[in-house]
Design a protein around this ligand. Structure first.
Ligand SMILES: NC(=O)c1ccc[n+]([C@@H]2O[C@H](COP(=O)([O-])OP(=O)(O)OC[C@H]3O[C@@H](n4cnc5c(N)ncnc54)[C@H](O)[C@@H]3O)[C@@H](O)[C@H]2O)c1
Length: 337
């Protein structure tokens, strides 16, 4: 591998544009070589101030460009499979924004293609693993500093949803992060998912039942619950409280100064995921680049992408039938042990 990743960023929307800025301004060992968007004007706008980058409208053209030796995929999830298979065919480092693919069957095809290649090339963009507080809670659990982990309580609250955000997307786009976080914290697979639909807010668009209560169980019997509430209006909050044999740990929530003045106390509510996880995205992408330059991956793998896709499938079924739905997983290939 060369000393610098020459990255093609596929998709210059909200996440892609953010990653382009990150790669060109803050990340060491990588440059943006190409930006691809079906909306060529968007690709051209995204390379402004990014020296040496070309704007293209076709992902395959970027992958065939001799100046490109890595790819960051930030198109909508249903387009990931095709680009992933082509990039695996080139045997180059891949950072794929979550989800790996939108369903377990297509995600398994990606796992099989990587296993056939014989080494890991795909890192999936579950950035919470790189957040300082998530890392701290993860190490408290692994080191058994407070005894055994017993329960996890997650809150995932957004101010609102963009047009077209469906009921299934509460699971596939939002709770998917919680599935990965729970797998990361416990080091276990999730065995079942149940979704309970209670009293709903009048602020949800037609077709969305909001909030939802998602009940999750892991291999050793750790119980986790997620309040997913995506039209919460007040602002953004992603927080977890963990109950141990010998203590309680809380992470997430708002940050910043706690101010008392003029008879009031308080601070600012976090606006959104960019504000909450901006630093984690930087650590995530740097970890990918550092590992890729050594021929490795520096974070969650295609197996993690597949396993969370299987959890989402169980979650969407559970949304519909209210039952406790078992998560069905194929045997884990040795490549990911
Ligand atoms: N990790 C996170 O916290 C996080 C947050 C938001 C989104 N995401 C993920 O990032 C990905 C992108 O989401 P987004 O919010 O940036 O979406 P977006 O809609 O803002 O951007 C997607 C871009 O892809 C372009 N595009 C569509 N088809 C294309 C094609 N065939 N070739 C090239 N470009 C194409 C669109 O024109 C658009 O500019 C999704 O997988 C999403 O789930 C991750």
């Amino acid at each position: 591998m060369s000393e610098t990743l020459r990255v093609a960023v596929i998709g210059a929307g909200r996440m892609g544009a953010d990653h382009i800025q990150r790669l060109s301004k803050r990340i060491h060992g990588a440059d943006v070589a190409a930006v691809v968007d079906v909306d060529l004007g968007r690709a051209q706008a995204a390379i402004e101030g990014v020296p040496g980058a070309v704007a293209l409208a076709d992902a395959e053209e970027a992958l065939n460009n001799g100046d490109v030796n890595a790819v960051l995929i930030a198109t909508p999830g249903f387009l990931h499979e095709d680009i992933l298979l082509k990039a695996l065919g080139k045997d180059i480092p891949i950072l794929c924004e979550k989800p790996l693919t939108p369903d377990a069957e297509s995600a398994w095809k990606i796992v099989e293609a990587e296993v056939a290649l014989g080494h890991k090339r795909i890192q999936v963009g579950f950035m919470r693993r790189f957040d300082a507080e998530y890392a701290t809670l993860g190490s408290i659990i692994r080191n058994q500093e407070l005894g055994e982990l017993l329960m996890l309580h997650h809150q995932h609250r957004n101010p609102g949803t963009p047009p077209g955000f469906t009921n299934e997307m509460l699971i596939n786009d939002s709770v998917v992060h919680e599935f990965d976080a729970i797998r990361f914290f416990t080091g276990e697979e999730i065995t079942s998912v149940q979704v309970r639909l209670g009293k709903a807010t009048r602020n949800a668009p037609t077709g969305q039942h909001d909030p939802q209560h998602v009940l999750i169980e892991t291999e050793s019997g750790v119980l986790a619950d997620v309040e997913i509430y995506v039209n919460a209006k007040f602002g953004y909050e992603v927080a977890t409280q963990a109950s141990f044999e010998d203590g309680i740990v809380s992470i997430g929530g708002d940050r910043g100064a706690y101010i008392r003045s003029n008879g009031h106390w308080g601070g600012n509510v976090t606006a959104g995921f960019e504000e909450r996880f901006g630093a984690a995205y930087d650590v995530e992408i740097q970890s990918w680049v550092d590992a890729a330059l050594k021929g490795e991956i520096g974070g969650p793998s295609a197996w993690d992408g597949y396993a969370t896709a299987a959890c989402c499938e169980a979650g969407v079924e559970a949304q519909k039938n209210g039952e406790k739905v078992a998560v069905k997983l194929n045997a884990k290939p040795g490549l990911y042990e």
